[in-house]
Design a protein. Sequence first.
Length: 472
Amino acid sequence: MRLGRSFNLFWAGQAVSNVGDRITIFVVPTVMIFLLHASPLQVGIVAMAQYLGIPLIGPIAGMLVDRWDNRLTLVMCDLIRLLAVAALPIAYWLGVLSTPLLFICVAFVSGCSIVFTVGYLVAVPTTVDQQHLVRAYSRLEGTRSVAEVSGPSIAAALYHALGIAALVVDAASFLVSAVCIRFMQPFGEKTVATGSVWSRLGSEVTVVEMLDRVAPGLDAEVAKQLQRVLSKQELIFKLATKVVGIDTKGSALKLILEPSVGGKSETLESDVVLVAIGRIPNTEGLDLADVGVKTDNQRRIVVDEKFATNIPGIYAIGDVIKGPMLAHKAEEEGVALAEILAGQAGHVNYDVIPSVIYTAPEVASVGKTEEELKDAGIDYKVGKFPFTANGRAKVNRTTEGFVKILADEATDRVLGVHIIGADAGTMIAEAAVLMEFGGSAEDLARACHAHPTLNEAVKEAALAVDKRAIHI
């Protein structure tokens, strides 16, 4: 009876081990991909490390049950799984496999694993006789005695029951791995936005910035969060660094980099160099000097509050005049000018022009930054709310970022709103409307917001201005 219980425990241990093996090999990559933003190569290395011990365990198990054919089967199956787990992410990283092909390969390997499990459940109880298993456990227990084992049918039934559980886990792991692989690709302002796009398309991106921070026009706290998020998406940042030259000889472009304050140079090789150091007005070819239209030292056309130049009948709007070079700013100026020419009171409030950086996640802002308020000597209050506490963001798995609201200390009037998170470019419109009418943080906090929506984070940040946030 003692060996009979060992017999049952042997099968139970085998089945539970199989279940744990399937869970581990797919849960770990899932965590690496979604929480740690690991690259396919990093996932492959960890998965390979998980499987390194299996080919060593196989022969030992084979010798214990005195079945050399089973030992070889174990070794071959484990080696094939090891190579598949290690090779697929590496091939993806090297560009040999596209995302759809990788998805198909994972489905094939997972399907084969399920088929193998079914065969194992059917074949092993009939091919490995009871006496071999008894001898195996006798050796493990330090005795050579072989006793009659009772209840072999119970042992087989237990093995099949737990084995079916392993099969279910295999099927679930296939779905998890398929979803993981399908979404494995990651995650000045133009430089960051363009770099984020190319990174998500699978390129290795290095951002070289002459200043000591990314997106200098942003609120510093938001810019720091943006850099952290993009770094997790494997963008490399070289801050306080300038490009002093590019060697175009050879198959790769070689950038010569130096610290902004001077120092030792270094070389950076790249396939493509995207120059995003700012824009200038496109006024060449307009013959402005010939007609006497004044321009400033940045080649922008000088206009008054009604967009009129110094030459009667000539007006200018958009990127050729001062102000942010944004399409929606130019559109508002066009509408205002049309109203002025029609005898109406056209006007553009330049303090409430929202700006958006189309990274993933997006960054949107309107009004003053915290640094601008400090420089102006304005007393202010801050309210922040993270998307990790927003229900819709948690369901969408887009919890990176937060909403930050700056309000006047005395009047509670909202002076600036800054958002980093999914769909920030859409949410910022609510803040712009509020600020256009001189609204306060309390006005925003008292407005009912639908649930569940991302915009609830804006309401919570407004409540946080007076330390009244509900869900944090």
